[in-house]
Each structure stands twice: as C-alpha cells, then as structure tokens.
Design a binder for this molecule. Structure first.
Ligand code: FES
Length: 181
C-alpha cells in the first residue's frame, strides 16, 4: 500500500459540508459582534451626545450674569431669574457657533447677527426660532433627581438649596427652540 492510499480522502460532498459549516460559523460570529456593538452605549459620559456633568449648584453664576461655556459639548449654562437653562451652542439659523456678548448682555451670532436672550429666547435676526436646549437635572449625593428641566420646553430649572447637588446635562436630549412669527 502506498503512503497516498493510507491518507483518508475527503470527497466533494464532505468538502462542501465543511465549507458550509465554516461560512455558517463566520456569519454567526458577525451577528454576535453586531449584537454586542448595538448593545453598547452610543456615547460615553462626558462626550457630546451623552450625559455631561457641568459641576455643582455652588458653581453656578449668579442669576442674570454671564453664562458658563462648555465648548467641548457645545453647551451654555445660563442662570436667570426664572431658573437654570442648558442651551445648545449652535445657532438655529445656519449652524454657526454664537457667543455671549458681555457689553450687550445677550448671545450674538457672528455669522448673520441673530440675537438671543440669556435664556435662549429669540430677540432678532434671521434665525427662525429660539435656541435649542437640553434636559438638565440636579442630582443629590444619593443619586436622586431633585429638580429637572421641563422636557417640553427645556426649562427653567429652579436652583435647589443643596449647594452640592450635581448638575447633569443630557446632550442627547435636545429640545427644539420655539419658532417665532
Ligand atoms: S448662522 Fe447664526 S445668524 Fe446665521
């Protein structure tokens, strides 16, 4: 008997079965990978699109003073006589990043001059609506939400008496600003 004759031979049918099993395994792995990626959170905490910790109650500016800027997550935090607002830092006209103007005490967009109040409401210019807002929450040391944005309008949130309450902003929950006539 020759050496070749001693080797077990694989016929065409067995080869096709093996190829089919290999491709089935490959497809199963791809599906499992897809399910895993889909089940992961899309945004990490602290990134735009996720929940961002702004600071605590005692970090807020006094009511009516200049807002706090958080450029990394395109956010302004405004403290007004009505309460606190989390405002999206993108103009509702054509998407420029607007600024706070300390002399005029309002937001002014450098692109086409739209203007907005400290709470994000439209004043004048080509922007079709007030600034968009995010959902903001004050959370105590037990993780309990003690005050939060009206999800329909984006605010305002009264400042809680707890100076250590954490301020969380969900930049994945944008509330479209009100249109004007
Ligand atoms: S993009 Fe802001 S006014 Fe046009």
């Amino acid at each position: 008997m020759t050496a070749d004759a001693a080797k077990p031979k694989i016929n065409r049918r067995e080869f096709l079965n093996l190829a089919w099993l290999a491709s089935l395994g490959f497809v199963t792995l791809q599906f499992a990978g897809g399910v895993y990626l889909f089940s992961m959170p899309r945004f990490k905490a602290g990134e735009f699109g996720g929940v961002f910790t702004v600071g605590k109650t005692s970090d807020l500016p006094s009511a009516g003073s200049a807002p706090l800027a958080f450029p990394k997550v395109k956010l302004w935090i405004s403290n007004t006589d009505q309460g606190v607002f989390a405002i999206y830092k993108v103009c509702t006209h054509l998407g420029c990043l607007y600024n706070w103007n300390t002399q005029e005490n309002k937001f002014i967009c450098p692109c086409h001059g739209s203007q907005f109040q400290l709470n994000g409401e439209y004043i004048r210019g080509p922007a079709p609506r007030s600034l968009d807002r995010f959902v903001l929450q004050f959370v105590d040391s037990n993780g309990k939400v003690i005050a939060q944005t009206d999800p329909a309008t984006g605010g305002p949130v009264p400042v809680p008496s707890n100076p250590d309450a954490q301020i969380l902003v969900d930049t994945g929950k944008r509330i479209t600003g009100k249109t004007h006539n």
